[in-house]
Design a protein around this ligand. Sequence first.
Ligand code: G1P
Length: 289
Amino acid sequence: MAMKIIFPVAGVGTRFLPATKEVPKEILPVLDKPLIQYAVEEAAASGLGDFIFITAPGKEALEKYFAPNAGLDEFLARHGKERLLDDVKRFYGKKITYIRQEQALGFGHAISLAEAVVGDEPFAISLPDDLILSERPVMTQMIEVYEKYRSPLIAFMKVPREEAPRYGIAAGPMLEERVFRIEQLVEKPALADAPSNYAVIGRYIMTPDIFPLLRRGRKGAGAEIQLTDAVVELMKKRQVLGYFFEGRRFDAGTTLGYIETLVHVALRRDDTRDFTRRLLRGLVRDEKL
Ligand code: G1P
């Protein structure tokens, strides 16, 4: 099933200032690739090729990143750097629609802007801050579950309870291994109000009936229009499912999570694994640290 996929990339990136003053946080490199490229490659690996980026004023670098750069191509070709040339050309000609979110009204609002482009079909959403390393791409896993139940579906992982206030948190009965019916859902609850330690991770399959609920524009956590709140409304009309994905998620949207992301990506790549292992072993052995 080839669905469109929305990448909300309009956030200001305050956690990475001043680096993100001129450079969108999604362009920050994880080794030699920008964060956004991991999310786009993950979607492409699931057979998705129709991308919608919700950007914001000041994020032009993101639009340029996936567009041809004739000067660079010519330079690489002239210097015989074929592999690098293939790398930079990888996303030329992909179908990407850019939509501008002029005001920072929230994640739910960002999604609502894609209504006309998405049309009357189920669609996917991917938050690039959540970098997921897995054997089978997460969207491949989720599309399989969607095709079985035909219900909107949200990715989940269990987190330490004290971290619940950072996430959307849900609870509900398991329907099968990895799949549960969401009965309660709350965006960034106070610790005492968290119904479980099941945390929303930024991968979703939504159905178009979410759009009228987003359009109502009610403000929720952080005085922003939240997708989570629209999903709570949707749950009054139809079943919404949670899915504990196979794989490991890294929070590249915080500085500590970013360090963890870099180390794990480096440990998984053939050209950086040995060096990183030696480095880490050496650091552990060095008692002065
Ligand atoms: C968003 C969602 C939240 C989810 C989180 C996962 O929040 O609103 O439900 O748990 O992504 O990363 P954000 O981190 O953008 O504030």
